[in-house]
Ligand binder design. Sequence first.
Ligand code: FE2
Length: 339
Amino acid sequence: MLKKQAHKSVKGPASHEKEKDYWILEAIEDGYWEADLKGNLAYCTNTYARILGYKQKELIGINYHKLMDAITAREVYKHFNRVFRTGKPSKTVAFEHIRKDESRLPVELSVSLILDSSGKSTGFRGIMRDITDRQHARELQESFNLMRKMLGQTIHALSVAFELRDPFTAGHHRRVSDLSRSIATQLGLSADVIDGIRISGSIHDIGKISIPSEILNKPGKLTEIEFKLVKTHSDMGYDILKNIDFPWPVAKTVHQHHERINGSGYPLGLTGKDIIIEARILAVADVVEAMASHRPYRRAIGIPAALEEIKRNNGILYDPYVVDACLTLVQTKGYLLKE
Ligand SMILES: [Fe+2]
């Protein structure tokens, strides 16, 4: 009923005189508008008016300048001018309207020319779409991306702080993280899972912060008690990380990175697929990197011996799919451990 009244009090759209066309324009979710060549609104649908917080008749005759700030109006003018000069309908342009209550509304606008029967331009017309939801979704995505970036930087800082305390293993986290990421990529895991593996790899030995550096860097063999103490780093790492709401199972991965699929690992003695894939990957990367690098208590054993170790224990200690992926990377694809 209200729409009928508005229809009677406002002249119909220039190019859509028929009643049927009027109702089609009123039925669409976006706002339809027409303006003269000076940018004065000659017609708009009720939807267009409602989106901007006006009644339809309040907007007729109003210039587009009144519905946006001066800088936006200048940009919109350039846009309209281009349509006028080229005669080509515009691609959509996004900008902010100012609503009647002075709030700002992100919209997307399409513009084309209205031509009379002789082909002369008499005005503009187009569709306006409220893109508030899309804008919010984009802002949320941006803030999510920023949070992930900050999380990555925080983890990196934690890793660097740890390595400052234990310079002999400096780079171990970085190299294990890179090799784990590459194995996960070779296995075709999703980008999200790969991100989690990369992050877990970069702090997997964080629990060693609780172990005296004289023990960590002790030349020669550890005593049984010392070795027991070193083995607590999986539990310690889990305790340090368990209350952080990572979007990945970081604490669990760190907890399980010394588990072995035949149950001979620690701290829980888990077997097979009870060990999460992230930890099965980290286990192989950790062993290969550790054997390939120098340690305070021994020289580097080397990559060939490291590959022999994972081959010999393929399917015993290590997941066969992970071992195959690691061998393909190093032997076929020429993967080199980072410096
Ligand atoms: Fe470890």
